[in-house]
Ligand binder design. Structure first.
Ligand SMILES: [Zn+2]
Length: 405
């Protein structure tokens, strides 16, 4: 039976742009390979979560994997933690963190000069803090990190310590919704923040930085609290073995929480410099080894956030130029889609539906011959939700189970 691949061009979907003659970047870009897929496939548009709801990359990917984000998602922390391979159990609470610079209780640099060296040594002393409960802090790329409080009876409906802007004072976390569990989490995170200042301020790594005129990483700012959810794996839910190729830790984390293997591809950075050819080459071989392969290419989202329509058009063409080899995968059911729109006119995600094309044996080919937001809307899939994708593909490859007798 055929295997499945879902190609997620992060944020590729857009709105009509005045400077592009009221076309979208995807409509303007020359995309012979995506258009050929649309011509061979069945097409539609997709509300990743539901109409008008703006997906994050985490909730969008959860929905595409068939999970109800409203059931499993309380915050980004746990998925970032999974992306860093941290051990955790359902009920623990995880936070995204930044090493930051504090001057007289004012956050003067949220990224501590994008500190690159010594964060492992800072993490070591943070993990020695006496918080009264089990916890684990792990440093990530540059100034980033994740904190997991490993205890039960914790809530995640708490405000952030991180003020989310510079030259603002440190916030005190408090419950957003009243309740003993949220209260407890707020108290613990406030205590951790205070103690992080104590142990980091005099740390040799920071004394050295100050000597060199660099901003010290003298506080840990946390945000995005989330309760680690109970998530049945794709194997348990649909009897499929999944794997993922993704440059950014958040998406790797979501896929890991779904019980998928994470495949590292040299050069797949999650940035604009990512090696698209290497990603696609590796996808072609990996899809033979797994029932389902998820491939995330992040670039279009970054350019949507930048509001750069022309660069987005160029990047879309660059992606398309590497997709030709996929046409030869005749026995693979492939979905070409996105996790959400990132319109260049919005500089952020939006709730506009995204185009989707599914190719493979047995699809009811329609009359669409161009992969873009408006053309796909004329196709045979019509308008679906993110949680429908995997069901539709499982059916096409004859791996779905009958409901009823
Ligand atoms: Zn984004």
């Amino acid at each position: 039976m055929a295997n499945m691949m879902i190609l997620i061009f992060d944020g590729i979907s857009d709105r009509p742009v005045k400077d592009l003659d009221y076309k979208t970047p995807l409509e303007v870009a020359e995309t012979p390979n995506l258009d050929s897929a649309a011509e061979r496939g069945i097409n539609g548009i997709m509300d990743t979560i539901k109409p008008g709801v703006i997906p994050g990359s985490d909730t969008g990917h959860l929905a595409i994997l068939g999970y109800d984000p409203y059931e499993v998602y309380t915050g980004r922390g746990p998925f970032e933690a999974a992306g860093l391979d941290m051990d955790m159990e359902p009920g623990h609470v995880a936070f995204r963190c930044n090493f930051s610079t504090l001057e007289d209780d004012i956050v003067v640099d949220r990224r501590a000069g994008r500190i690159k060296e010594g964060t492992d040594r800072l993490a070591k002393v943070l993990n020695e803090i006496e918080l009264g409960v089990d916890f684990l802090f792990k440093e990530g790329v540059e100034h980033r990190g994740v904190l997991i409080i490993k205890d039960s009876d914790l809530g995640a409906k708490v405000s952030d310590v991180d003020p989310h802007m510079e030259n603002a004072s440190l916030h005190t976390s408090s419950p957003i919704i009243k309740g003993a569990e949220n209260e407890r989490t707020s108290q613990l995170i406030n205590k951790f923040t205070e103690m992080s200042i104590d142990v980091l301020s005099k740390h040799p790594v920071n004394l050295e930085r100050e000597e060199k005129g660099l901003p010290p990483a003298n506080v840990v700012l946390s945000r995005g609290a989330g309760v680690v959810p109970v998530m049945d794996s794709l194997m348990e839910r649909a009897n499929i073995h999944g794997a993922a190729i993704a440059g950014i830790p958040l998406v790797r984390g979501v896929c890991k929480m779904a019980g998928m293997d994470i495949i590292s591809v040299e050069g797949a950075t999650g940035g604009l410099d990512t090696d698209i050819e290497a990603i696609i080459d590796s996808s072609v071989s990996e899809v033979q080894k797994h029932d389902l392969l998820i491939v995330n290419i992040k670039g279009p989202d970054l350019l949507g956030h930048d509001g750069d329509a022309e660069a987005k058009v160029d990047f879309i063409e660059k992606i398309d130029s590497k997709l030709g080899v996929l046409e030869k995968l005749e026995d693979v059911c492939i979905a070409y889609t996105s996790d959400h729109s990132t319109p260049v006119t919005v500089n952020n995600h939006s709730g506009d539906p995204v185009p989707i094309t599914i190719t493979g044996e047995g699809v009811r080919k329609d009359r669409v011959s161009s992969f873009d937001e408006r053309s796909c809307g004329q196709g045979g899939l019509a308008r679906i939700r993110g949680t429908d994708v995997l069901n539709i593909m499982l059916d096409l490859v004859n791996k779905a189970e009958k409901f009823g007798a």
